[in-house]
Design a protein around this ligand. Structure first.
Ligand code: SF4
Length: 891
C-alpha cells in the first residue's frame, strides 16, 4: 500500500452552466473523492448537492464499453467504416443536407469544434444542431439582435455587487445552486440588497426574494414593456448613453406605451400595486442585474422576452458596469462553448455568421475546406421533423437523449425508428434514445475526458481526466476525426489531442479579427501541451498578446457593439398573442428541473442520495384545482395531451398557480412506467430562435384510478415493468419503488416472489387486513432483508426512507423483523422522514424535531441536525419547513 496521497486533479463540474471548479481524487480502491475548488472563480470551493455527489456517478455500471453494430459487439474500425460509408452514401445520393448531427451541451468545446468543422466545412451542410437549442437559443438570438453578437456582457461578480437582482424565469436555487448561494451570502452581508422573483410558481428561489411576482405564463414581454414605458415616462432614460451608443429607442418606447394599465394587468396577471412596486424598485436601483434562464428562453416569445429585458438595460445605460446588466444563465455545462464554436445550425465557428458571405469565406479559408455551408441548417425541432419525413437518411446523435428531452418526444422516437441509419455516441448502454441506434459508439464520461468548457460568465475552464478510459471508450472528438479522415479529409482532422484542437480554434477566433468580433482567444493559439494541461480558468476575450488573467472583463459600458455601425439596437417587441383555452386541456404545463437530478438522469440516478430527495415523478397542482377534480394528496394523476398521457404522483401545493401544473423533465422509461413529460409538449417554437416552448403546452388532468397501490424496497431491481404504474430509484443497499396495479393480484405471494426475484420456498413474514386491503410481506436471507412489499387500496402509508434504510441493517431478532412488516420504526427509534438534506441524510422529521426543540433559524437547524451544512442546496427547503411551522427564523 502506497504512503503517498492520491493525486488531486482540478477539473470542472459537468452539470449546470455555473461551471464550478472541482477537486477530484481517485483513492486507492477506486473511490472518487470530490471537493469544491477553493481557487475557482465560479464557486470558490462551494458545490451543490449534484456536484458533491459526482464521485457516486463514475462507476462503470450500465456503461457502454464497446462499439456495437445492430446490437452486436464490433471493432472500432468496422463501426467507423460503416458510419463513414453510410454518411458518404447518403451525401452522394441525396446531397449533404440529407445527413445531420444532433449534439449536446455535454460535449467539450474541442468535441464541438470538430463536429462543427466536419459538418459545415467538409460535408457542406449546416445540419448540426444541439440540445442547447432547447436551453438558451432565445438568449443567443436576443443578444445578436441587440448587440450584433452573442455576448454575455457581465460577470458573476455583478450578482454580488448589484443593489437589485431580478430573477425572471429562473429558479436559481435549484437550477444554479452555487450562484444562488453566492447571492444569498451577498444579501446576508448587505441586507439592503433587493431581490425580485418573477415566476408563475413560488419556487425555492422565493426564499431570498423581497418581492415575488406570480406572473401569468408568458407575461414577461408585457411586464418589461410596462417597465420600459415607466422608465421613459418618468425621466429614467440615460439620454447620454442612449444617444451615443444605441439606435431605435423611439419606436421601442412607442410600442411599450401602447398597452393600457388594464391590458398590462390582464397580460401579466399582476395587480397594479405589484406592477408599481416593481417598476419603482427597478427605476430607483442604478445597480440592477436581470437574471434570466429557461422560463424566458423556452417560450414561443422567448427572443422577444430577452430583447424586452435588454431594452430596459440599454435605456438606462445599465450594462457593462459593475453590478448591472442583463444576464442570461445557461442550463448546461458547455452551452456557451457550443455557441462559441458554431454548434448551432444557424452559426459558424468563432461567433461568425452563416448568412454573412465574408464570414463564410473567412471560415473556409481558415479551414482550407472544400466547401462551406452557405445557409442555416435544420434547428432541433425541424431536424427531427425532417428525420420523421424521411429527408434525413443518416443521423448521428452525441451525448444527448432526444427521445426524452425533445418536445413531441413520441414523434421523435417514431422518427428514429424510421430513420435508415442512426448512430449514437454515449456513455450509457441503455437509454431511451440509444436503443434505436444502428451503431452505438462508446464515449468517454466525465472524469475520463480532457478538454475545455465555458460557463455562463464566458469563463473557460479545463475538464481534466483523472480516470482511465474504460473498455474501448474513446473521446467524441476522436470519433468524429476518424470519420473525417475516412471521408477523405485526413489532413484537416489530424489532431494529436484536445490541445491541438484548442490551438486551432483559438487561432480561428483571432483570424482576421482585429477587434471586429467579440470572441477572441487568439492568445492561446500557440499554447503548448504542458500549458494546456495547466491552463487556469480565464474569461474571454483574450486576444493575442493578452494572457493576463484579469478579473471582471465586461462589455458595452462604453458602447462598442458588434453591429455594423457599433450601435446597440432597441428591438421593438410586442406582447404575444393570447392563447385560447381549450376546456379539454385547460391546464398550462410547465416543465423544468428539480434540485438533485440532472437532465434524463443517466448519471444522477446512480446516486442513492441524489435519488432520496425526490424519488418519483410528480405534478405540482394547486389545491383548488385538485379539489375540483377529486384529486387527493399523493393520488396518482394522468396528465394528457393529443392522444397520449403520462402518470405521475400528485403533489398539492399553493406554490403552484391555479390553472397551471409543473412536471419535472427528468424521468424516462428507464425509471418510470410513463413519465416522459416531453411527449405531451407541443413542438411550438420561437419564430426567431427556433427554441421550443417547453413551459406552456396545454394539457388535461384527471385522477388515475388504480385498484391497488404499493411500495417496495428490494435488494435487486424489482421486476415491475408490466404494472400499470411504477417509478423506481436506487437506495443505499438496493432499490425502492412505487407502483400501482390496475387489477389486484389473486396470488399475492407469487407476485411477491416474482417482484423480489426469490424462490417460492423462501419463508415470508406477512400481515393482511381484508377490511382495509392492507397487505404486507417481508423476506429475509439470514439476518439480511431481501425485500418488503406494502400493498393497499389507497396510496400506502409507510415510512419510506426508514424502510429503504433497512436494506442495510442487521436483523438479529424476530421483533425487529416484524417492524419491517409494520412499515415504521418503534416509537423509540428515529424516523427521519423524506430526505431534505441529501448530503447529510437529514429528513423532514429530523428538522421538525429540531424546530420543536427550539431551533429558530436555518443556521440553528443546521447546528442541531447538520442539515444544510455541506453544500447548502437544501437551505431554502429548511426555511420553508420552519415557516410552515409558524416559526420566525432569522439567520
Ligand atoms: Fe455543478 Fe452544482 Fe456548480 Fe452547477 S452549481 S456547476 S451543478 S456544482
Amino acid at each position: 500500500m502506497s504512503d503517498s496521497p492520491a493525486p488531486t486533479v482540478k477539473t470542472t463540474c459537468p452539470y449546470c452552466g455555473v461551471g464550478c471548479g472541482v477537486l477530484a481524487t481517485l483513492e486507492e480502491g477506486g473511490a472518487v473523492t470530490i471537493k469544491g475548488d477553493p481557487d475557482h472563480p465560479a464557486n470558490y470551493g462551494r458545490l451543490c448537492s449534484k456536484g458533491s455527489a459526482l464521485g457516486e456517478t463514475t462507476d462503470l455500471d450500465g456503461r457502454l464499453l464497446y462499439p456495437e453494430i445492430v446490437g452486436a459487439r464490433a471493432t472500432w474500425d468496422d463501426a467507423l467504416d460503416l458510419v463513414a460509408s453510410k454518411f458518404a452514401e447518403a451525401i452522394a445520393e441525396h446531397g449533404p443536407d440529407s445527413v445531420a448531427f444532433y449534439v449536446s451541451g455535454q460535449l467539450l468545446t474541442e468535441d464541438y469544434y470538430v463536429a462543427n468543422k466536419l459538418m459545415k466545412g467538409f460535408i457542406g451542410s449546416a445540419n448540426i444542431d444541439t440540445n442547447s437549442r432547447l436551453c438558451m437559443a432565445s438568449s443567443v438570438a436576443g443578444h445578436r439582435r441587440a448587440f450584433g453578437s452573442d455576448t454575455v456582457p457581465g460577470n458573476y461578480q455583478d450578482l454580488e455587487l448589484a443593489d437589485l437582482i431580478v430573477f425572471t424565469g429562473s429558479n436559481l436555487a435549484w437550477c444554479h445552486p452555487v450562484l444562488y448561494q453566492r447571492i444569498a451570502a451577498a444579501k446576508a452581508a448587505r441586507p439592503e440588497m433587493r431581490i425580485v422573483l418573477i415566476d408563475p410558481r413560488r419556487t425555492m428561489t422565493a426564499d431570498i426574494a423581497d418581492l415575488h411576482l406570480a406572473i401569468a405564463p408568458d407575461g414577461d414581454v408585457s411586464l418589461f414593456l410596462g417597465l420600459l414605458a415607466h422608465l421613459a415616462n418618468n425621466g429614467f432614460v440615460d439620454a447620454a448613453y442612449v444617444g451615443a451608443f444605441t439606435s431605435g429607442i423611439d419606436q421601442a418606447v412607442e410600442i411599450a406605451r401602447a398597452p393600457s394599465l388594464a391590458e398590462l394587468m390582464a397580460q401579466t396577471g399582476l395587480a397594479v400595486a405589484e406592477l408599481e412596486a416593481f417598476f419603482a424598485l427597478w427605476a430607483a436601483s442604478e445597480k440592477v442585474v436581470t437574471v434570466y434562464s429557461q422560463g424566458v428562453n423556452q417560450s414561443s416569445s422567448g427572443t422577444d422576452k430577452v430583447n424586452a429585458i435588454i431594452n430596459c438595460h440599454l435605456a438606462t445605460g445599465r450594462i457593462g458596469r459593475p453590478g448591472m446588466g442583463p444576464f442570461s444563465v445557461t442550463g448546461q455545462p458547455n452551452a456557451m462553448g457550443g455557441r462559441e464554436v458554431g454548434g448551432l445550425a444557424n452559426m459558424l465557428a468563432a461567433h461568425m455568421e452563416i448568412e454573412n458571405p465574408e464570414h463564410r469565406d473567412r471560415v473556409q479559408r481558415f479551414w482550407n475546406s472544400p466547401v462551406i455551408a452557405n445557409r442555416p441548417g435544420l434547428k432541433a425541432v425541424d431536424m427531427f421533423e425532417a428525420v420523421g419525413q424521411g429527408r434525413i437518411k443518416a443521423l448521428w446523435i452525441m451525448a444527448t437523449n432526444p427521445v426524452d428531452s425533445m418536445p413531441d418526444a413520441g414523434a421523435v422516437e417514431a422518427a428514429l425508428k424510421a430513420c435508415p441509419f442512426v448512430v449514437v455516441s454515449d456513455i450509457m448502454a441503455e437509454t431511451d434514445t440509444i436503443r434505436h441506434a444502428h451503431v452505438k459508439l462508446p464515449s468517454l464520461g466525465w472524469g475520463e475526458k480532457d478538454g475545455t468548457v465555458t460557463n455562463s460568465e464566458r469563463r473557460i475552464s479545463r475538464q481534466r481526466a483523472f480516470l482511465p478510459p474504460p473498455g474501448e471508450a474513446r473521446a467524441d472528438w476522436w470519433q468524429m476525426s476518424e470519420i473525417g479522415r475516412r471521408m477523405g479529409h485526413a489532413e484537416a482532422f489530424e489532431y494529436e489531442g484536445p490541445a491541438s484542437i484548442l490551438r486551432e480554434y483559438a487561432a480561428q477566433t483571432g483570424f482576421e479579427n482585429n477587434g471586429a468580433r467579440d470572441l477572441d482567444i487568439g492568445a492561446f493559439a500557440d499554447i503548448d501541451d504542458a500549458a494546456y494541461d495547466d491552463l487556469a480558468p480565464f474569461q474571454w476575450p483574450k486576444p493575442v498578446n493578452d494572457i493576463s488573467l484579469s478579473p471582471g472583463i465586461r462589455f458595452f459600458a462604453n458602447g462598442g457593439f458588434f453591429t455594423g455601425d457599433g450601435l446597440a439596437r432597441f428591438v421593438p417587441v410586442a406582447p404575444p398573442a393570447r392563447v385560447t383555452v381549450d376546456e379539454r386541456r385547460r391546464f398550462t404545463l410547465n416543465t423544468g428541473r428539480i434540485r438533485d437530478h440532472w437532465h434524463t438522469m443517466t448519471r444522477t440516478a446512480k446516486s442513492a442520495r441524489l435519488s432520496a430527495h425526490i424519488a418519483e415523478p410528480f405534478a405540482e397542482i394547486h389545491p383548488d384545482d385538485a379539489s375540483a377534480l377529486g384529486i387527493g394528496p399523493a393520488d396518482l394523476v394522468r396528465v394528457s395531451s393529443e392522444g397520449c398521457g403520462i402518470v405521475v404522483r400528485a403533489l398539492l401545493t399553493a406554490r403552484q398557480q391555479p390553472g397551471s401544473i409543473f412536471v419535472p423533465m427528468h424521468w424516462t422509461d428507464q425509471w418510470a412506467s410513463s413519465a416522459r413529460v416531453d411527449r405531451l409538449v407541443a413542438p411550438a417554437v420561437d419564430p426567431v430562435s427556433g427554441q421550443p416552448a417547453l413551459k406552456t403546452s396545454r394539457v388535461g388532468l384527471t385522477r388515475f384510478e388504480a385498484s391497488q397501490y404499493g411500495f417496495i424496497v428490494s435488494r435487486d431491481r424489482p421486476a415491475l415493468d408490466s404494472e400499470a404504474y411504477w417509478a423506481m430509484a436506487r437506495t443505499d443497499g438496493g432499490w425502492r419503488a412505487e407502483f400501482a396495479l390496475s387489477e389486484p393480484f389473486e396470488d399475492v405471494p407469487a407476485f411477491i416472489c416474482a417482484m423480489l426475484a426469490i424462490d417460492a420456498a423462501t419463508p415470508l413474514l406477512s400481515f393482511a387486513d381484508p377490511t382495509s386491503g392492507v397487505v404486507r410481506y417481508a423476506a429475509f436471507d439470514g439476518r439480511q432483508l431481501l425485500g418488503a412489499i406494502y400493498l393497499a387500496n389507497a396510496p400506502v402509508s409507510v415510512s419510506r426512507s426508514w424502510a429503504a434504510d433497512q436494506l442495510q441493517q442487521d436483523f438479529a431478532s424476530l421483533p425487529a423483523r416484524w417492524r419491517i412488516v409494520a412499515g415504521r420504526p418503534a416509537n423509540d427509534m428515529p424516523d427521519k422522514g423524506a430526505i431534505v438534506c441529501a448530503c447529510m441524510n437529514v429528513g423532514v422529521n429530523d428538522i421538525i424535531d429540531a424546530v420543536r426543540a427550539g431551533c429558530r433559524s436555518v443556521g440553528a437547524v443546521g447546528q442541531a441536525t447538520s442539515a444544510g451544512t455541506n453544500c447548502g442546496s437544501c437551505k431554502s427547503e429548511i426555511k420553508v419547513i420552519l415557516d410552515d411551522h409558524q416559526i420566525l427564523a432569522a439567520e
